[in-house]
Design a protein around this ligand. Structure first.
Ligand SMILES: [Zn+2]
Length: 212
């Protein structure tokens, strides 16, 4: 069965998630933006074998620790989409701008595309490309667990910012309505910041994307 634990990391309280298969204890970490020692302490406490890094997008609070973690443990970096290459290239500048520890540059082992799958132990998650906040933003979805890790696409009561280079509001709204809503009203999503919610709740109450 698929399990997960969300850990707020960095000064931005970014929701890094450990995801694992409880038959094999194989784990992946989604968006290790920083605080690697906190993340690795949880991996150890839970008795997991961390084998992969998955990225939703390449903003500093989500990807800032990925390069160092990959190098320290010899892990592959999977995702985000190629459209975020310029954000990866800009990580050193992002870390300076926001007062983060220096970010180590990296090249993803595998870029992700809409319709791809990623696997941890015996659990497979689907990948959806959800541009708008960043052009290469992807989301990880487990139909069995009815959970979606949506990064900065959608929040409880809000949506991702689109005022960055290559952000686009209409594209973000289309990603949410066309790619997240079909996952079902009862699917719980884990946003990049703040509490979990369900797509059904956002369709009823989120002022940016509620059904008319
Ligand atoms: Zn972001």
């Amino acid at each position: 069965m698929f399990q997960y634990l969300t850990l707020p990391v960095t000064a931005f309280d970014q929701n890094c998630s450990l995801v694992w298969c409880d038959q094999t204890q194989q784990a992946a970490v989604i968006d290790p933006g920083g605080d690697l020692d906190v993340i690795l302490a949880e991996v150890k406490r839970l008795g997991l074998t961390l084998g992969q890094i998955w990225l939703t997008h390449a903003h500093i609070d989500h990807a800032g620790g990925a390069g160092e973690l990959a190098q320290r443990l010899g892990l592959p970096i999977i995702g985000p989409g190629e459209g975020d290459q310029f954000w990866i290239d800009g990580l050193p500048k992002q870390s300076q701008m926001f007062g983060f520890p220096p970010a180590q540059l990296f090249t993803p082992t595998r870029w992700l595309h809409d319709g791809d799958t990623v696997t941890v132990g015996n659990c497979t998650l689907q990948v959806r490309h959800c541009p708008g906040h960043t052009p290469g933003h992807v989301v990880f979805y487990s139909p069995e667990a009815k959970r979606a890790f949506v990064g900065d696409v959608l929040f409880a009561g809000s949506i991702g910012r689109t005022d960055f280079p290559q952000g686009d509001h209409a594209t973000l709204i289309a990603s949410i309505k066309n790619r997240l809503w079909p996952m079902g009203d009862d699917t719980v999503f884990i946003p990049g910041h703040g509490p979990e919610s369900t797509f059904g709740r956002e369709r009823r109450t989120n002022p940016y994307v509620a059904d008319q």
